[in-house]
Design a protein around this ligand. Structure first.
Ligand SMILES: *Cc1c(COP(=O)(O)O)cnc(C)c1O
Length: 385
């Protein structure tokens, strides 16, 4: 089975991990800060806080921005459940903004309408989490303007989008958000096995996330309640977690990061080849907005019943039967049983629901071979014939 995504590990990656295994520190050593600096530099942000998953990064970002049980968090239905769950960890209420039918990212016009309505009802969100779906940057500047107007905070879920940019502004620069998070799960663009990171330009948010990552503990005398009696002293100032990334993971990240640009160029080339191979087929292919440089984490197509009599589920089944490990990104979050309990139902977010019914994710990763891609296109063409 050709998977829809796969990590790429080189001998240099393996050596970097072995070097840490042979060193003094497997965790809380020098490599995590190295990785943090490298990611911050890459995306032109001031600070970075590496953690054990993007889910943890989202949780810490929500906490640092003060999200609590009386607050509301908005995200898009067309994402992985973690984009909403982070709000639930803080006890907040979740609501969603529908997506745009062309980019499949948050619809800025839907957001504007929903904000005006929420203001009237006194139900404005404290935090909005836009998601850079499939690696394509969201319209962050427009979203930021609405954040200024309506007074909410922004966490960019850039799990799909490390290395992407919009009008040459790297995703993660946080020019138009408070915090951006990335995922390093093996299906994502670069990996640390499991891992994630939060970047920000706000020193207090960075410090707070870093403290929460490690039990809410500080060793900085200037933050302690009284002068420390000795070097063993630390103060727990609040309830934190153990969300730390290990140096073993960070070493893999540092090594992978060196190939990021190449990896994205390869992804772009594969996506462009799909565009050519599939251009005669009755499907909707990805549309990248002018000025956007997508990281192409995913290559998603949509089967519109107005264009083809073949159902998504049938075509999906045929591809899987022929060894093509297609997937669906995403079944809308609001239709998950956990969220239906709070009252969400089919019909709430029609564009996300259409997407969830029509989307198929084709295999895309740097090591995908041309012959494999040809075969995938051939099988798809036959399934749609
Ligand atoms: C993968 C993913 C996450 C969660 O990442 P983990 O590192 O696995 O916790 C969150 N949001 C989106 C959009 C993702 O694709």
């Amino acid at each position: 089975m050709i998977p829809y995504g796969r990590q790429h590990i080189t001998p240099a990656d393996i050596q970097a991990v072995v070097d840490v295994l042979n060193s003094d520190f497997l965790t809380q050593g020098p490599v995590v800060p190295q990785f943090e600096q490298a990611v911050a530099k890459l995306c032109h942000a001031q600070y970075a806080c590496a953690v054990n998953s993007a889910t943890s990064a989202l949780h810490l970002a929500c906490l640092a921005l003060g999200l609590g049980p009386n607050d509301i968090l908005w995200t898009v239905p067309n994402s992985f459940v973690a984009s909403a769950n982070c709000g639930r960890y803080c006890g907040a209420q979740i609501d969603f903004v529908d997506i745009d039918p062309i980019t499949w990212n948050l619809s800025v016009s839907a957001l504007r309408i929903k904000l005006a309505q929420a203001k009237k009802e006194n139900k404005l969100p404290k935090i909005l989490i836009p998601v850079h779906f499939a690696g394509q940057p969201t319209e962050q500047q427009a979203i930021w303007q609405l954040a200024q107007e309506f007074g909410f905070k922004i966490i960019e879920d850039a799990s799909h989008a490390i290395g992407a940019s919009r009008h040459n502004e790297p995703v993660g620069s946080c020019r138009w958000s408070h915090i951006t998070i990335f995922s390093f799960h093996p299906v994502k663009i670069i990996t640390t096995g499991e891992g994630g990171i939060a970047v920000t330009n706000d020193p207090e948010l960075a410090q707070h996330m870093t403290r929460l990552r490690s039990h809410g503990i500080t060793r900085d005398p200037s933050h302690m309640q009284r002068a420390p009696e000795g070097p063993w002293c630390y103060d727990q100032l609040e309830l934190g977690f153990n969300y730390r990334m290990t140096d073993i993971q960070a070493a893999l990240g540092v090594s992978q990061l060196k190939r990021l640009n190449t990896a994205i160029e390869q992804r772009q080339a594969i996506a462009e080849r799909y565009n050519q191979l599939l251009k005669e087929l009755p499907i909707q292919r990805p549309t990248i907005l002018p000025g956007n440089y997508s990281a192409f984490h995913l290559y998603v197509i949509r089967l519109d019943p107005m264009q083809t009599p073949h159902s998504r589920n049938d075509v999906f089944k045929i591809l899987r039967e022929h060894g093509v490990g297609v997937n669906v990104h995403y079944t809308p979050i609001h239709l998950q049983p956990y969220y239906r309990v709070s009252g969400f139902a089919t019909g709430n977010f029609p564009e996300s629901e259409r997407h969830g019914e029509q989307a198929i994710t084709l295999p895309l990763y740097p090591q995908l071979e041309i012959e494999q891609q040809n075969r995938i296109a051939q099988i798809l063409a036959e399934a749609l014939d």
